[in-house]
Design a protein around this ligand. Structure first.
Ligand SMILES: Cc1ncc(C[n+]2csc(CCOP(=O)(O)OP(=O)(O)O)c2C)c(N)n1
Length: 322
């Protein structure tokens, strides 16, 4: 179905994803980006693990923390970053912003309503079944989102009707400040799968090869008509919940340990060096070139105009503007 990527190729994707997120971080610090900004730094192995597994007709519906999934689905970086920087030339002409990138051509969307990505993805999955298109819908959510009614309802119907839905759960340990054990009746999300007649796997979401393998299998299962797949990928969120979060809820030393052991880029680098597939200098050059690419893009976007405030409602409602 999909071209299999090498570890080195996936590392390049992760480096570009990290640099993309850092380019966004810059906009939060300079206050060029308004509102809450949720970054996926630390979660790049999930985004990069998705690359290559989906067909153009497949859909991805993401969350408030959506940039890496958009990149994985093939949304071009220029309009994506332009949208996050609220530019008229952005993906949604600057009206959606960071939380609501929407790309009809690439079947990518996101919602800030926690858990509801699953319901939207379920709609795509139902359409695929009705039209016999063979398309799969991926609904992304977090360890918090899986406790919403929308998640249970969507998974149940997908199981009952054997719809091609993949629930991709990024378990980064916290829902804002609440750890998984504070709001989940089960220790893992994957163990809920039998209640939905779903295929399930729990994978180390900081190991890009493990994610790639498990995600491809989840997609294949959903596409085969055997019902939904539930893939739980564990990881660690290195930034605050959003940029501006006081970040006072983590036990002492936890983040430092995670930075040492669970950084997906560092993990891939160590493996590439051990396998003799890259040197430290090669890998540093990959990171540097990703940073240069994003800085160049950012400079271009900064020179672009913001939308005219008089057009704030254009393109927002059917028949308004455009
Ligand atoms: C229905 C709904 N309730 C509450 C919120 C506020 N909120 C935004 S993000 C978030 C936590 C989400 O946690 P999780 O699903 O684990 O995703 P993460 O932020 O860790 O990626 C909450 C409660 C919301 N956006 N939507």
């Amino acid at each position: 179905v999909s071209a299999v990527l090498t570890l080195r190729e996936r590392f390049v994707w992760m480096a570009r994803m990290r640099a993309f997120e850092e380019a966004c971080l810059e906009g939060a610090e300079s206050r060029e980006i308004h509102g809450e900004l949720h970054l996926g730094i630390g979660q790049e192995a999930i985004g990069a693990g998705m690359v290559g597994a989906l067909l153009p007709g497949d859909a991805v519906v993401s969350t408030h923390r959506n940039h890496l999934h958009a990149i994985a689905k093939g949304v071009p970086l220029r309009p994506l970053l332009g949208e996050i920087y609220e530019r008229e030339a952005g993906l949604c002409r600057g009206r959606g912003g960071h939380m609501h990138p929407f790309d009809l051509e690439r079947n990518f969307s996101a919602t800030g309503i926690v858990g509801s990505s699953l319901g939207v993805a379920l709609g795509y999955a139902y359409a695929s079944w009705m039209e016999k298109s063979g398309a799969v819908a991926v609904g992304v959510t977090g360890d918090g989102g899986v406790n919403t009614g929308a998640f249970h309802e969507s998974m149940n119907i997908a199981g009952a009707w054997k719809l091609p839905l993949v629930a991709l759960v990024e378990n980064n340990g916290y829902a804002i400040s609440v750890p998984m054990e504070g709001n989940s009746a089960t220790a893992t999300v994957a163990e809920r799968a039998p209640a939905y007649a779903a295929w399930a796997r729990r994978v180390d979401g900081t190991d890009v090869e493990a994610v790639a393998e498990a995600f491809a299998e989840a997609v294949q299962h959903a596409r085969s008509g055997r019902g939904p797949a539930l893939l739980e990928a564990t990881c660690y969120r290195f930034q605050g919940h959003y940029e501006g979060d006081f970040d006072l809820y983590r036990p002492k030393g936890e983040k430092e340990a995670a930075l040492r052991d669970l950084d997906p880029l560092a993990r891939a680098e160590r493996r590439l060096v051990v396998l003799g597939e890259a040197t430290d200098a090669d890998l540093a050059a990959v990171r540097e070139s990703a940073r240069a690419e994003m800085q160049e893009l950012l400079a271009e976007i900064r020179s672009q105009p913001l939308p005219d405030p008089r057009g704030a409602l254009d393109y927002v409602f059917v028949g308004s503007g455009g």
